[in-house]
Write a protein that binds this ligand. Sequence first.
Ligand code: VAH
Length: 308
Amino acid sequence: MILVTGALGQIGTELVLALQEKYGNDKIIASDLKEPENYHCKFEKCDIRDIETYERINNENKIEIVYHLAAILSAAGEKNPELCHDVNYNGLENVLKTAKKYNQKLFCPSSIAVFGPDVPKEMTPQNVELNPKTVYGITKVKGEELCDTYFKEHGIDVRGIRYPGLISWKHKPSGGTTDYAVEMYFDAVESGKYECFVNRNTRLPMMFMDDAIRATLELMDAPLDSLNYHSNYNLSSMSFSAEELEKEISAHVDFNCLYKPDYRQDIADTWPISINDDDARKDWGWEPKFDISKMTEEMITNLRRLNE
Ligand code: VAH
């Protein structure tokens, strides 16, 4: 059986669907803080900070693989550092302890937020000193180190990707600094206007969700002995500025974007502009399929359909 934590979030919503398609609906168990109505998958209500409940769920359902997506993202984390550390680090520790107890295989994502302003901004390498300037980034660096410890000292097969900003139409993200890229699409289709919380020339690494989900499954399918890294693969598909995104969207809809940077600009300014993912391409054959044009066609088509 496969468990997905954070199953109701932006990534979890799509990962559950992809796992059901790959393994069959009855092999997947979704988990999150609250039980949704009329949900399409077996569901277990769980706060990953509660290890007793989390362990009971894993034991009762004979969970063999866990995709651990429950987390507090960067912007929300800066507003509530204690919660961010409790969920992102202590929660992860509970997942790893349980994986050791039941010898499970894990996917535990990291983020480009592990990089601080002191690394090369363009084509940020896989191996650089990590000095993040956000609480979220610090929890992700500590998370990568904890995952590597469980691999090296306890033989737990834990894998992860340093996700860039992820863009999707099935479910909006919440509490992230890169959320503007998703909100811009939604607001452009719904109202033709958006107030962007970073400035127009803010350029960040981004990825369409279809590519991110495929990368996640391809990494988990890769032979363990082909991997030179575990919970911390750099992954890339494209980088673009907020203004470039506005122009791409404006080719499809009448759209006007205002730029009013807030506290999230300071977070975005500490992150890379582009990522070197040579190791993911070499170790497990990563290759993106979506560029900004192909992604925008998908996003606009589906958002228009949802707004009919
Ligand atoms: C965030 N979307 O904005 C997440 C991600 C690369 C950023 O980790 O916090």
